[in-house]
Design a binder for this molecule. Structure first.
Ligand SMILES: Cc1cc2nc3c(=O)[nH]c(=O)nc-3n(C[C@H](O)[C@H](O)[C@H](O)COP(=O)(O)OP(=O)(O)OC[C@H]3O[C@@H](n4cnc5c(N)ncnc54)[C@H](O)[C@@H]3O)c2cc1C
Ligand SMILES: NC(=O)c1ccc[n+]([C@@H]2O[C@H](COP(=O)([O-])OP(=O)(O)OC[C@H]3O[C@@H](n4cnc5c(N)ncnc54)[C@H](OP(=O)(O)O)[C@@H]3O)[C@@H](O)[C@H]2O)c1
Length: 504
């Protein structure tokens, strides 16, 4: 028997945990380096602003429901609510790590500072990894057969350039630095950007600030968390059968549904682009805030002045005390050189299946969760990790470089045709199609034809019901005997916390 392959996982956030789990499942030797002293990544809330350790805000509530954000063989506890406060997301991650015995693989306070091809990369595909022990400041080098990069992509704030911003004497900060409304009482605040950060911050501030302006350069479609009868939006929308319907029909139907909660045109938010051309902005309160004047919608900022801003279309300066740039993030991997991974203008990165730099001779380095899907990142991280491990243990293979490059061109063409061209969408991917595609590569996509014959009830649940992550444990390597039951009983877990002692 040959020796086990050694894998390094960089980062012990949500995706790092799925990577360790997949390595252990594949019987690989795994070491995870985490620069902070704890697991959980940005789900571990930090009171203090610390650029190198991004975290959620004090009141962040997940915008993907617990069942759709489940790991495929570890349903969240019944008593957890449908949408989790960030403290419960962290708790779920801790429970997962403990249950699957992942903790022993993590070395805390170790920062990976460089990953380069090893001397024998040309024949082995191995990597030389430089790691700094942040306590002793010692640096060491190790060689690994595979590298899983799990460092997230919300750590490097992006602030656009504006005319006369240097003249502005008020306070400016990026959404990554905003933790709560404390200190913003009675201020006139401008929030720029109507992504999830911008809308969360604007709605929260509207309860304490004197005025809140929300500036967008193209408006935004806003999804509520709750759809018909209070169904979570992802439970309602993300269903396999919808993939069989014409996309333009589905988009129009969705626009009409969203307009029922808030007429986007009347409320000053209607964009020119179709609803499916934008990453979902999910917010339940903004319609009331707009209607009650607690948030004032504004167009793009034309220029700053000493005490305020001039918005496009306005003739007068609007006076503001604070500006919060909720304008997204730059993507950076300080430990990788450009010839391994190049991040272009507007965060453009050319990767095969959002994971592999196609130009490399060996595909023994993968980016996990370098993707922005219209669904939860949790099952994506898990499936990417399982796919990488399946490749490392040669249970499946990647196509030729030419085919990978052709795939990359196709993906870029798809993005150019389907999404608004901005940094926000450089990693955008359709959630269901992406997951099914990846699962198909290593034999864990549900076998729908066989289900139809052998288990019609489950077939119907997988086709017509929500696209639950447990589907990817029904067959193939490391299937889980509890998957069928988990799919058929998701409603019990989803609504259990509302039962208030009632039996059913
Ligand atoms: C405010 C906010 C809310 C979100 N809400 C949702 C949601 O509801 N649902 C959803 O699916 N997604 C959500 N997301 C997306 C979110 O990014 C993912 O859910 C998930 O947290 C990504 O996990 P990750 O492990 O890839 O990255 P992170 O959580 O960022 O973890 C990366 C880890 O890598 C470590 N690290 C970084 N560099 C190094 C290095 N050089 N060496 C060693 N360690 C390193 C970091 O310390 C960190 O622990 C949200 C994002 C934000 C910003
Ligand atoms: N509650 C939650 O679960 C929650 C909360 C916050 C964040 N998140 C997640 O965290 C991630 C990051 O979200 P985010 O909102 O911080 O970033 P984001 O999704 O990248 O959104 C950035 C916003 O800034 C705008 N913008 C960028 N450059 C601009 C410019 N030059 N001028 C004007 N506007 C500009 C973008 O507009 P364009 O569209 O025009 O580019 C977009 O509206 C996402 O995955 C999000 O879902 C989740």
């Amino acid at each position: 028997m040959g020796t086990k392959k050694r894998i390094v996982v960089i980062g012990a956030g949500m995706s790092g945990l799925t990577a360790i789990k997949a390595c252990k499942e594949g019987n690989l030797e795994v070491v995870c380096y985490e620069r902070s002293g704890e697991l959980g990544g940005l789900w571990r809330y930090h009171e203090n602003n610390n650029d190198s350790l991004p975290s959620v805000m004090k009141n962040t509530l997940s915008n993907t429901s617990k069942e759709m954000s489940a790991f495929s063989d570890f349903p969240p506890p019944n008593e957890f609510p449908t949408y989790l406060h960030h403290t419960l997301v962290l708790k779920y991650l801790e429970m997962y790590a403990e249950h699957f015995d992942l903790l022993g693989s993590i070395s805390y306070f170790h920062e990976v500072i460089e990953v380069i091809p090893s001397e024998d990369y040309g024949t082995t595909g191995r990597w030389l990894v430089k790691v700094r022990n942040l306590r002793s400041d010692e640096t060491r080098e190790e060689v690994f057969d595979g590298v899983m990069v799990c460092v997230g992509h919300h750590g490097h704030p992006y602030i656009p350039t504006y005319a006369n911003l240097d003249l502005f004497t008020g306070k400016t900060l990026h959404s990554a630095e905003y933790k709560s409304s404390t200190g913003m009482e009675n201020q006139r605040v401008l929030v720029i950007g109507a992504g999830n950060s911008g809308c969360d911050i604007a709605t929260e501030l509207s309860t304490v600030a004197q005025k809140v302006y929300l500036s967008t350069r193209r408006g935004a479609w806003i999804y509520p968390r709750l759809f018909e009868k209070g169904k979570p939006l992802d439970i309602y929308l993300s269903r396999r059968y919808k993939m069989l319907l014409p996309a333009s029909y589905e988009a129009k139907k969705l626009e009409k549904t969203l307009d029922k909660t808030m007429d986007h045109k009347r409320f000053g938010m209607k964009p020119y682009h179709a609803v499916t051309s934008q990453h979902p902005t999910i917010n339940d309160e903004i319609q009331y805030k707009l209607l009650s004047g607690s948030i004032i919608p504004k167009r793009d900022v034309k220029e700053f002045s000493q005490n305020g801003v001039l918005f496009d279309g306005d003739e007068e300066i609007t006076i503001v005390d604070v500006v919060i740039f909720s304008t997204g993030f730059n993507i950076k991997f300080p430990f990788l050189t450009d010839d391994i991974l190049r991040v272009g203008k507007n965060n453009k990165i050319l990767l095969y299946k959002n994971m592999f730099p196609p130009q490399l001779k060996y595909h023994t380095l993968a980016l996990i969760t370098l993707i922005q899907p219209n669904g939860s990142l949790f099952p994506v991280a898990e499936l990417q990790s399982r796919y990488f491990v399946a490749l490392m243990i040669e249970k499946c293979h990647l196509p030729s470089t030419e085919k990978m490059l052709a795939y990359v061109r196709k993906t870029e063409g798809f993005r150019a045709r389907n999404y608004v061209q901005s940094a926000r969408h450089s990693l955008e991917a359709p959630w269901i199609q992406y997951l099914d595609d990846l699962a198909g590569e290593f034999g864990v996509k549900p076998k729908m034809a066989s289900l139809l014959v052998k288990d019609p009830k489950l077939f119907w649940a997988c086709l017509h019901g929500p696209f639950l992550p447990y589907q990817f444990r029904l067959n193939g390597p490391h299937k889980w005997n509890g998957a069928r039951d988990a799919i058929l009983t998701y409603k019990n877990r989803m609504y259990q916390h509302l039962r208030n002692g009632q039996e059913k």
